[in-house]
Design a protein around this ligand. Structure first.
Ligand code: GLN
Length: 459
């Protein structure tokens, strides 16, 4: 714990951490030592990690504030732990702190954080991806062996890809959303980000499971994802562990515009999977492009509703100078929210407003269903879907990109999110500038074990 804390201080310039608490971390580490000494330790006892600052952490217990990357929640002291946090604490992990992220998890580069960007350890002039950018940076820079992240439209997979680590977004409902600051509730899902599929499997087993405090939590028995990951396939051998696995390549995931370096790295990872016994089959997800407008209507619609709670009364910031109640709301929200959050609230309230609801929101919901059906058609022909995570490697920090440029870069992660399917990013190789490229694997509902098994074989 102390060695990692020294390393965190040495690499503070990467902007990974928003809060640390050396005293509580040390106390947790000592408790872990005691558990090991008395033989009550589990696989995660004493494992240091850190949480994306979108998970609330009980301030009285941890001394860690929760900001969601926003001025609105600056210094916010939560009275309770998110379920994911509570479960990882119960598993004996040592919490080193809270990790930088885009404000309310809105972004693809961690440049929308109110507390400054996080930097990509492979090249600190580049972004680490987002919105779980601090998590990706912390793991890639070896400040922590593992971190939590959340993925609404790609925020675990894309930063994992940009920083050369492994991340999994499970099926919607596998991890509880209780205590996760809400962005788009029908899409938000927590997951682990770590150095390998094996580490992700151990973390996911501890984080996941039914929670009566989340109405959309999947009512399933606890899962041992590590055992599922190790489970040999029927008919497989040591040389061909993936014998019989059909991997579907949606043609829309390999457009002519895909960067050559990304295509090259992804193809080489696919060739490795073939050597391990998998067969590649062509499939189609014809509404891949439509997933961008669909997501960027649905996610802002839900965000505009979720973020209405930040009104200067119940949580966080309140404008110091104000007139009547309406003026207090206006000034509080004008001061507390950053530009991307305001943009999304405006889009969201517009598409939900009377007169536009049918034209935008309802159409988007119908298309969302069709996108989910397209996946089921693919899974008639394959077990796992594979492709790139993002169309390019990590881009340069501080470029003042148009918001639309960032939205378009989410094209390969959004379809799986809209369908609620599990997805992973696994390191595939390196592209331009020696920057990491991730391979995306998407499975059918609750097939996390198969995804982890496939990724583990590759690693
Ligand atoms: N980049 C997407 C967005 O900005 C996804 C973010 C996320 O998954 N939290 O909404």
């Amino acid at each position: 714990t102390q060695v990692l804390q020294a390393r965190m201080a040495q690499h503070a310039g990467l902007g990974a951490f928003l809060a640390t608490n050396p005293d509580t971390a040390l106390a947790e580490a000592r408790a872990a030592d005691a558990a090991i000494a008395t033989g009550t330790a589990g696989p995660l006892t004493g494992i240091p990690l850190a949480h994306k600052d979108i998970f609330v952490t009980d301030f009285a217990r941890s001394g860690l504030a929760t900001t969601a990357g926003s001025q609105m929640l600056k210094g916010y002291a939560s009275p309770f732990d998110a379920t994911v946090v509570a479960r990882l604490v119960a598993a004996g992990t040592v919490t080193l702190g809270k990790l930088n992220c885009d404000e309310f998890a809105m972004g693809s580069a961690n440049e929308n954080s109110a507390y400054g960007p996080a930097r990509n350890p492979w090249d600190p002039t580049r972004v680490p991806g987002g919105s779980s950018g601090g998590s990706a940076t912390a793991v890639a820079a070896r400040l922590v062996p593992a971190a939590t992240g959340t993925d609404t439209g790609g925020s675990i997979r894309q930063p994992a890809s940009f920083t050369g680590i492994t991340g999994i977004k499970p099926t919607y409902g596998v991890c509880s959303r209780y205590g996760m600051v809400a962005f788009a509730s029908s899409l938000d899902q927590a997951g682990p980000m770590a150095r390998s599929a094996e580490d992700c499997a151990l973390l996911l087993s501890a984080m996941s499971g039914f929670d009566e405090r989340d109405a959309t939590s999947a009512e399933r028995p606890p899962q041992d994802f590590h055992a599922q990951m190790l489970q040999p396939r029927a008919g497989a051998s040591a040389a061909k562990p993936l014998q019989g696995l059909r991997i579907g390549l949606p043609k829309e995931f390999f457009p002519a515009a895909l960067a050559a370096d990304v295509n090259g790295a992804v193809r080489s990872a696919l060739a490795e999977l073939e050597k391990l016994g998998a067969t590649l089959v062509d499939v189609s997800l014809p509404r891949t492009e439509l997933s961008i407008p669909v997501y960027y209507l649905i996610a802002p619609a839900e965000a505009s509703s979720n973020l209405s709670r930040f009104d200067g009364v119940k949580f966080g910031h309140r404008a110091a100078q104000h007139g009547d109640l309406l003026d207090m709301y206006k000034k509080t929200r004008a001061e507390g929210f950053g530009p991307e959050v305001k943009r999304r609230i405006m889009i969201g309230t517009y598409v939900l407003s009377h007169g536009y609801y049918d034209a935008y929101y309802l159409q988007a919901q119908k298309l969302r269903r069709m996108i989910a059906d397209d996946f089921q058609a693919c899974f008639q022909h394959c077990d796992v879907i594979a492709g790139p995570v993002a169309p390019t490697v990590a881009w340069a920090l501080g470029q003042q990109r148009e918001p639309l440029q960032d939205y378009l870069a989410d094209i390969f992660t959004l379809p799986g999110s809209l369908a609620g399917l599990p997805g992973m990013s696994v390191p595939a190789g390196f592209g331009e500038g020696g920057l990491p490229v991730g391979l995306q694997l998407i499975g059918n509902y609750f097939q996390e074990g198969q995804l982890l098994h496939t990724a583990h074989a590759l690693q």
